[in-house]
Structure formats: structure tokens, C-alpha cells
Ligand binder design. Structure first.
Ligand code: SAH
Length: 397
């Protein structure tokens, strides 16, 4: 970080944070919650603000949200006059960061919000289509959108840029509703490949921005150990299943979403693979299959986030335990379990403790082959724990 500038820019409103808020920022986090700021009356939504501590000491420049519980997202510990220039520099830095570490794929996350010091902005690339999502009042402003679009166009030269909208996030930020749609170019469909596996991509359909790019490196890792009969539970559009297909004698994918399975089947044809897709509630199916004594050599568990808040943790842990216990019971000796959780609120230690319980209850002494996390294009900032959310454990029975 550059040397601290002693004086804030006089043009921006000032916002005072509590001691707790200040020490959070000094610890390297970038968020201050609404309960840790003094009155912000009259500060326009999404504006740049000068953050000061209770003794009026300048802490840096931030984006302010008038609606979110996260009232302040810090941008830099200096004064700033020109955010568009900083935005551009950080977009270029995010692109440069990925050049040496993203391999064997033309689909990856280009900008990971706080992970790339660009709070409120997500950008994913799927071959020649770029998908962006804005999560905050500040990033939604026209000048910033224009800055993002021009930097992406210049540096990535995509055939199209689409915007994906999560209506609930806009509601929470009190932003006017907006539809997902093309914002540049015409192309809404394309094809991408990762680790040698091909995928169809429809920019305006599917969950998240279309795929679960955070699992990209885990697909390749899982494929290394996979063998025999495999079951991919919560398969979505079949990414794990397709990666296993080259190694396994038989692969079955399970998901409750029919549209996801239809795409999965198209992906299977594209790769000339035969995979069985089952539309079912995974909990019911695992219960029935384990009661029927079915056995597998490889099982993937990649459920949606069960714990969306700390309060939901207990119920979530029961869900993870049930799934993992059933899966372990169905594993043949030497079988491989790939088990994931994308809930930030479940810590890696809690996840392993749950797995240990499932191991004990299933009377399977499993061993850990790999204790993994999210792909490196989703950078984890040590002082912002929320940037590290994905757990992926590969174990052998
Ligand atoms: N493994 C996938 C991502 C899974 S995301 C990949 O790497 O691409 C979680 C998936 O779980 C979603 O596709 C969702 O449709 C599915 N899902 C959610 N609840 C479910 C349930 N109860 N039973 C089966 N599938 C479920």
C-alpha cells in the first residue's frame, strides 16, 4: 500500500465509525456495519465518503451504501480524487493476476469483488462472453458501469457483455429493479471448455452467472482419484460428472432442477459421454439408495449453501451430516468421497468435524487425500475472511 495521505479529499462527505469499526478497518477488513457508523443523514446512496475514527483521524476512502447492513466498503487507505482511474487500474490488475495462474480453461472469474479490491463487482468470462454482476449502490452508478464496460472491452475483447441480476440483492440495496440482459454485443450463447471438458453456455440462463467456476480446480482434482461407479449428487449442469466420465465405468448425476439436467445432457452429448441423469431430491434419493444397499466407488456431494447466516448453522450442519453419512455408507472399500460446502458460515474446522462424526457413525475410517478450497481465480484475502468460503475435501474410504 502507498504511504498514507494525511488529509482526506475535501469534496466527499465524512462518515464517522465507532472504535469497533475503526479497529476492524485497521485489522485489514474493508467492511463496516451500519451499527458501527455514526449518523449518515444526507449522505447520498452509493457515494464516495471519507472515513474517520471517533477522534477524527482519517482512515481512508470508501463507498457508502444507504441500504445495506454493510454501510461502508473501504476502497483505499488514502484520499482519492479519481475513482474511475483506480477502478481501471484494479480491473487491469485483476486481469494480470490471473494470467499466470489460470490454466486449461477459457472460463474463469475475472473479478471477485473484495477478493480483487473491487467491492460490489463480479465479472466472469465464458470464452467470448463476459458476464458481470453489480452488488452495491456505488457499483450500480452509470459512470462506474461505463468504466467497467470500457475496461473489460479493451482488455478482454469479448463478443458480448451481459449483466446478470440477482433481484434480491438489488432489493436489499434499494436499487430499482432491472432485468438480466445483454449490455454489449449480440451473443447470448457460446461454448467454453475447462480441463479439456466442453460446456454449452447460455448467458441469461442458469444459476449464478451460469456455472460454478469456483469448483474448476476441484473438478480436475476429483477426476484424478475417481474410479468405478460414480454418483454426482447436486450435479447441476454436470461439471463433476463430465470430468469423472473419462475415468469411471459408469456415472450418474442427480439434481432437483430439470433445466439444469437438460443442459447437463447437452453437455454430455457435446463430449460424447453417456451419463445417467436423475431428477430427484438428493436427500430422498440418498436415503432410498443407502437403504437399498447400493454401493459406489466415487461419490461427489456439492450441495447449495445450507447456512446463509450464522443462525442457520445448526440446521445446516445436520443437513451436511446426513448427506455425508449416507454417502459414506454407500462407499465401497477404497472408494472416493468428494464433499463440498460453499457456506461461508461453516468454517473448514467445523466442516472437518462434521465429516469426522459421519466417519465414526458410518464405521468407515476415512482418510483425507486433499483438503481443498476455491479455485485461485477466486482469491482469498487473509484479512477479509468472507472471501474464503468454499470447502472441498477429497477422502478415501
Ligand atoms: N456441482 C455443481 C454445482 C451444484 S450447485 C457444479 O459444480 O456445477 C447446487 C445444485 O443443487 C443446484 O444445481 C440445485 O439445483 C441443486 N439442488 C438444490 N437442492 C437440491 C435438492 N434438495 N436435491 C437435489 N438437488 C438440489
Amino acid at each position: 500500500m502507498a504511504k498514507k495521505h494525511p488529509l482526506p479529499d475535501a469534496h466527499f462527505p465524512r462518515i464517522k465509525v465507532s472504535d469497533r469499526g475503526a479497529s476492524r478497518l485497521r485489522g485489514g477488513h474493508v467492511w463496516v456495519y451500519r451499527s458501527d457508523i455514526a449518523s449518515a443523514d444526507g449522505i447520498p446512496p452509493g457515494s464516495l465518503v471519507n472515513v474517520i475514527d471517533p477522534r477524527d483521524k482519517f482512515l481512508g476512502t470508501a463507498h457508502y451504501s444507504s441500504a445495506s447492513q454493510i454501510a461502508i466498503r473501504m476502497l483505499c487507505p488514502e484520499s482519492m480524487t479519481d475513482f474511475p482511474t483506480l477502478l481501471r487500474q484494479r480491473i487491469m490488475a485483476a486481469i494480470a493476476y490471473r494470467e499466470p495462474i489460470v490454466r486449461d480453461t477459457d472460463a474463469y472469474r475475472v473479478i471477485f469483488s473484495e477478493g480483487d479490491f473491487l467491492p460490489g463487482l463480479i465479472v466472469d468470462r465464458y470464452h467470448d462472453v463476459v458476464s458481470m454482476e453489480v452488488l452495491t449502490q456505488a457499483m450500480d452508478s452509470e459512470p462506474l458501469r461505463a468504466g467497467v464496460i470500457s475496461a473489460l472491452t479493451e482488455n478482454l475483447r469479448p463478443a458480448a457483455i451481459v449483466e446478470r441480476v440477482e433481484p434480491r440483492i438489488r432489493e436489499l440495496e434499494q436499487l430499482p429493479p432491472r432485468d438480466s440482459g445483454l449490455i454489449q454485443g449480440e451473443k447470448k450463447e457460446t461454448e467454453f471448455s475447462m480441463n479439456g471438458v466442453r460446456f454449452r453456455y447460455r448467458a441469461l440462463e442458469g444459476q449464478k452467472t451460469g456455472a460454478f467456476l469456483d469448483q474448476r480446480e476441484n473438478y480436475a482434482a476429483a477426476a484424478q482419484y475417481a474410479h468405478g461407479e460414480a454418483l454426482d449428487v447436486f450435479c447441476y449442469q454436470g461439471a463433476f460428472a463430465l470430468h469423472l466420465a473419462g475415468r469411471c465405468s459408469q456415472v450418474t448425476g442427480v439434481d432437483s432442477s430439470r433445466p439444469a439436467l437438460e443442459m447437463a445432457e447437452q453437455n454430455a452429448s457435446l463430449n460424447r459421454r453417456e451419463i445417467e441423469w436423475i431428477e430427484a431430491n438428493a436427500f430422498d434419493l440418498l436415503k432410498d439408495y443407502s437403504a437399498a444397499g447400493r454401493q459406489y466407488d466415487t461419490i461427489i456431494l456439492d450441495p447449495p449453501a445450507f447456512a446463509r447466516s450464522r443462525r442457520a448453522l445448526e440446521t445446516a450442519m445436520r443437513g451436511y451430516k446426513e448427506l455425508n453419512l449416507r454417502a459414506l455408507k454407500m462407499l465401497r472399500p477404497g472408494g472416493i468421497l468428494v464433499t463440498c460446502s460453499c457456506s461461508y458460515h461453516v468454517s473448514p474446522a467445523e466442516f472437518l468435524a462434521m465429516l469426522a462424526e459421519a466417519s465414526r457413525d458410518s464405521h468407515k475410517n476415512i482418510r483425507i487425500l486433499e483438503n481443498r478450497s476455491q479455485a485461485r481465480d477466486h482469491p482469498m484475502v487473509l484479512t477479509i475472511p468472507e472471501t474464503a468460503y468454499l470447502k472441498c475435501v477429497i477422502a478415501i474410504a
